[in-house]
Design a protein around this ligand. Structure first.
Ligand code: ZN
Length: 420
């Protein structure tokens, strides 16, 4: 009995032991398979495609370039997305690289300065597939870039300003979106007070123009009115540069067709407070025309000047060849300005002869006759302006000269000098 009971107990223990082994084995197998699956999940994971648009820079008014996205892929690319067509992640990437399946959106017409976000919008169909069928297999992340629309004027370089044409702003104003700036002879932004042209200008610490005040001329000091006929000439801008640099003015008697050819020059003449003069349209001897003919000659040019300057009208006129009669006087409707120093520059076409003529003959109250359509005359003016200032003359307009002498200019009256 004792033996039988002992055997039974041993058998039971053996069965329990075998059971334990089996359970352990099962657990181990389970764990191994589980880990393997998990490892596969980790290895394969979800493939990620990143679309990032390329940031760009254009100038105001330039055409917005076609913006494409840079495409980066993380993870497996051989996974089949669509069993029917065998389309893989790689195929999807190829489509995206061709610019398919998405659009780039940037809300600007490129005409206004600023920074604008460039966004990528996936096509709805693709978006749907990513959310449903392809969930956990592949995802697409879209990033944002910026399109910078720079102002059409140019760019800051520290205190200097490089204009869109590549040149630095020197001795000139630059109008930017946030304010009006002035750059001195070294091309540096001006702050505080500065006399510019005929104005006393005040700038803030960061260079923005705060106020400008017209500075009158000193009537006790000598002055000369230089006048230029038959223009504006192609190189008249060189005269204006020098006038601006030396805070000087002149009077320009212009002909209509040239006003229409060089409207920017006329605009600048007005902006520099130089005087706008009418010199007829076709440059005829007005004495040979009837009233209607004279009126037409004057009115056409007045209209051209007004158009070029945004409404400014000539305040004086000079008859071609100085030809005046009673009909002309009664018809022109402007003060008639002759001259007291005739440089004969149109005849000599000599820079030196023109300079000498002015330096030898001009005096306080003179009206000097020159022509800005001839290069030697422009060269002469460029040298004369600083020379006359050096000699103590204020270079003023005809009207300023008259005003300084207490003379009120009247329409149809001839004036040739304003000596004391
Ligand atoms: Zn003329």
């Amino acid at each position: 009995m004792k033996n039988t009971r002992g055997r039974k107990r041993r058998n039971k223990r053996r069965i329990i032991f075998i059971c334990k082994i089996a359970v352990c084995f099962a657990i181990c197998v389970g764990v191994i398979f589980g880990l393997k699956a998990a490892a596969e999940m980790v290895l394969q994971g979800e493939s990620k495609i990143i679309l990032k648009p390329v940031g760009m820079e254009i100038r105001e008014g330039e055409k917005i370039p076609e913006i494409k996205a840079n495409i980066m892929v993380e993870g497996e690319q051989d996974i089949i997305l669509d069993k029917k067509s065998d389309k893989t992640i790689k195929d999807l990437v190829t489509e995206l690289k061709k610019g398919e399946n998405y659009t780039v959106i940037c809300q600007t017409d490129g005409k206004t300065e600023g920074s604008f976000p460039v966004k990528i919008v996936l096509k709805k169909e693709l978006e749907k597939k990513l959310k449903n069928e392809w969930k956990g297999i592949v995802s697409i992340k879209t990033e944002t870039a910026t399109l910078h629309v720079k102002n059409a004027v140019g760019d800051w370089e520290g205190k200097k300003f490089k204009k869109a044409n590549g040149q630095y702003a020197v001795n000139e104003f630059v109008q930017l979106k946030d304010g009006r700036y002035y750059f001195d002879e070294n091309g540096e932004k001006v702050t505080g007070q500065k006399k510019i042209g005929v104005k006393q200008c005040v700038f803030s610490e960061d260079g923005k123009l705060q106020s400008e005040k017209f500075i009158g001329i000193d009537p006790t000091k000598p002055m000369i009115a230089i006048t230029f006929d038959d223009g504006p000439g192609a190189e008249a801008g060189r005269i204006l540069d020098v006038l601006e640099k030396y805070n000087a003015r002149a009077t320009f008697f212009m002909v209509g067709p040239r006003v229409n050819t060089y409207p920017e020059t006329v605009k600048r003449i007005a902006a520099l407070n130089c005087e706008l003069g009418n010199h007829s349209t076709n440059h005829p001897k007005l004495t040979k025309l009837d009233v209607a003919g004279i009126q037409r000659e004057i009115q056409t040019t007045t209209d051209a000047i007004s158009k070029a300057t945004g409404g400014r009208k000539p305040t004086v006129m000079r008859p071609p060849f100085g030809a005046v009669n009673e009909t002309v006087k009664q018809t022109v409707g402007l003060p008639i300005i002759m001259w007291s120093v005739d440089t004969l520059d149109w005849k000599t076409r000599s820079t030196q002869a023109t300079i000498d003529s002015v330096l030898n003959n001009a005096k306080d109250g003179s009206i000097v006759l020159m022509h800005d359509i001839h290069k030697p005359s422009v060269d002469a003016a460029v040298q004369l302006i600083p020379k006359l200032i050096e000699r103590g003359y204020q270079l003023v307009t005809v009207s300023e000269l008259a005003q300084a002498r207490g003379i009120h200019l009247e329409n149809g009256v001839k004036y040739s000098q304003f000596y004391r």
